[in-house]
Structures are given as C-alpha cells and as structure tokens.
Design a protein. Structure first.
Length: 348
C-alpha cells in the first residue's frame, strides 16, 4: 500500500516545496494560543464560537459546514464513505484526475477503494470527456482539485457540474479548493443545486495554519451528514480552534499575503519567459515550470544552497517539471536568482 512520503527539510532552509505560507501565520494566532487557560486545555473543546465565525467568514450556514483536522482528514472521510457503499460486484472506485495531490489515491487505497486514474491533457486543462468516460456504477467519489496541485490550472464550475450530474446515486464529487484564497474561484455558490458535491478548504495554505491542522468541508446539510457521522467529534483541537478564530479575524494579513503571492507568481512567469521555458498560469501559491532534463540537477543545486523546490518530473504529464511555491516576493526572487545562475552556467 502506498504511504505518504514526508519531503525532507532542515531548519534554516527556504521551504518552497510544500506550498506553505512562507510569511508565517498572523501573530494574533500565537497570542490566541498563548491566552488559552489550563482549563481550556483540560476540557474537551467547545466549538460554538469557532463554527459561528468560520461559517460567517466562509459565507455559509453553520449546518453547511464541517470543520476537520486539516483537509487531509476530509479527503480521508470521503474515502471512508466511499468504502461503505459497496457495489454489488468489484471494488468501490475513486476517480483521481492526474496529475493529482497524493492523498486522494493514498486515502482511497487505505480504505480498500480502487483509485481510477484519468490521464492529463498536455495543457493540463480539465479532461472532462475522459473523466465522464471513467465513471462506472462502482464510482463512489471523484476528487477534483481547483486550482489543481501541482499545475495551478483551474477547473470551471460548468465542468464540475457535468461530472456531478453523471454520477451514480451514492457517489459524490469532492472539490478540493485548498488554494481557493489565491484566486477566488469556488464551487460553493453552486451547492444549492448540487446535492452530491462537497467543497473542501484548508487554512493551511493562505492562512498559514499548516501545523495546527484545520480544514473545512462545505455542502448541503444532508450531504455533510454522513461526513459528520464518520468524523471524530473532537477532531479539531483547542489550539486549532483558537488559532482559526484569530486567523479569520486578521483579514489584512490574508489580503497582504495573497497580493505577495500574486506578485511572486509574476516573478516566476517572467523568469520562465526569459529562459524560454514552458509554464502554466497558476491560480494558486505555486507555479509549475518545465525546465526539461535539468529539472533534477536544478532541484539538487538549489537544495545545496538551502532552497527547497519540488521536482515533479515523476508526475503524469509533468516530465521535466519543477514546482516552486510563490510566497513572499523576497523568497521567490532569491530562488529565481539561484535558478537563473544555475541554468546560465549549464546552457550559455
Ligand atoms: C495542501 C493540500 C491539502 C492539505 O491540506 P491540510 O489542511 O494541510 O490537510 C489538501 N489538498 C490539496 C490539493 C493540497 O495541496
């Protein structure tokens, strides 16, 4: 069975390989955690305030929201539910559109659900026809990521809606919007007429809460009910609940970071254009660039300079590609200077 390999990192390295918030979370998050009392830690957490504030921030009703221990937990719960609805013959299936975030196939396999991989189009636009063709009576979940990781390419709501309409009765579309804050796209506005769609969000990326583990599922109350039933009742710990409230209250921190990310993406686009490298316009806080056969040596060279970027050459359709997190502009510029210097030394 496949297991997630945590990418290596050492203290002091510039982490541009996991799409984390390279500026750190809002200082208010640390203050909120420091203000917790011994009783707050000793008692099981109360979620009234965090649900009220998170629902308001996300623009949904509280009964359309389920807070989870990182979006990874939501992804796992979708696989758990897929396993419960057994087809009369064969295994339940989870459709995964490639290239994809690792946790869909890992979670599906952990639950005995067969991952069914849809190959990418060369330009990484959403392969709607191939996805529809992969749907069978055994399909229980379709994981769609928008913007996608590792490409940054967005998926239209119309395409998501078409997949949803093509599914057998007990199947759902799980729309992973981990990078929603960096582009604003969302399927959430369409959920009123989409009974079999769940939208997933995380506060790990734009809000900088990766180590606290906070994510959210949004869907019609009846669609979320089975997710509530299989999610442990206290899966959000007290630090995560307090930290999320503080992060949501600091809108300026989020807006400031999102504009850094936008400027950072432009720095990488400019680098790619200057070098004549293929890249994909990203709706997220990273950019995929095709550097060719130098991808692996480039990633190694940057690691020697304590800059971590991700070699994505092994992902379907991503031959010769690296993925670089675009956070603070100063960090992006440092990485781009190192990439420029390396490529100049190898090609000029
Ligand atoms: C980072 C990421 C997640 C994981 O979010 P957590 O809240 O940290 O579990 C989920 N989906 C995608 C596409 C991601 O890139």
């Amino acid at each position: 069975m496949q297991e997630y390999q945590r990418p290596a990192a050492a203290p002091g390295q510039l982490r541009l390989h996991l799409n984390e918030n390279t500026a750190g979370c809002s200082p208010r998050v640390i203050e909120a955690i420091a203000a917790l009392t011994p009783e707050d830690v000793a008692f099981y957490p109360d979620y009234d305030a965090v649900y009220e504030e998170a629902a308001a921030a996300l623009g949904v009703a509280q009964d359309s929201l389920l807070l989870v221990n990182g979006l990874d937990e939501g992804i796992l719960m979708a696989a758990v539910l897929a396993m419960r609805e057994r087809p009369p013959e064969g295994r339940a299936e989870a459709i995964v559109i490639q290239p994809a975030f690792d946790m869909y196939a890992i979670s599906a396999e952990a639950c005995g659900v067969a991952p069914v991989h849809v190959p990418p189009r060369p330009d990484f636009t959403f392969p709607l026809d191939a996805t529809l063709a992969a749907v069978t009576r055994r399909t229980r979940v379709v994981y769609i990521t928008s913007p996608n990781n590792p490409t940054g390419v967005r998926v239209s709501n119309a395409a998501i809606g078409e997949v949803a309409r093509a599914l057998p009765p007990s199947a759902i579309v799980f729309v992973d919007e981990a990078y929603h804050d960096f582009c604003g796209d969302t399927f959430a506005g369409e959920l009123a007429s989409a009974r079999n769609v769940v939208v997933g969000r995380t506060f790990a990326k734009a809000h900088g809460l990766a180590a606290l583990r906070v994510g959210a599922l949004i869907g019609q109350p009846a669609t979320l009910a089975p997710f509530r039933a299989v999610t442990p009742p206290y899966s959000l710990n007290v630090c995560a609940a307090a930290g999320l409230r503080a992060a949501l209250a600091d809108r300026a921190q989020l807006d400031g970071y999102v504009s850094e990310v936008r400027a950072s993406r432009a720095v990488v686009y400019e680098f790619a254009r200057h070098r004549g490298l293929e890249y994909w316009e990203s709706g997220a806080n990273f950019v995929l660039v095709r550097v060719g056969p130098l991808a692996a040596p480039l990633v190694r060279h940057l690691r020697e300079q304590n800059i971590l970027i991700r070699d994505k050459s092994g992902d379907p359709g991503c031959d010769g590609c690296i993925r670089i997190t675009t956070g603070l502009v100063a960090h992006t510029e440092r990485a781009v200077r190192a990439m420029e210097a390396f490529l100049a030394s190898r090609t000029d």
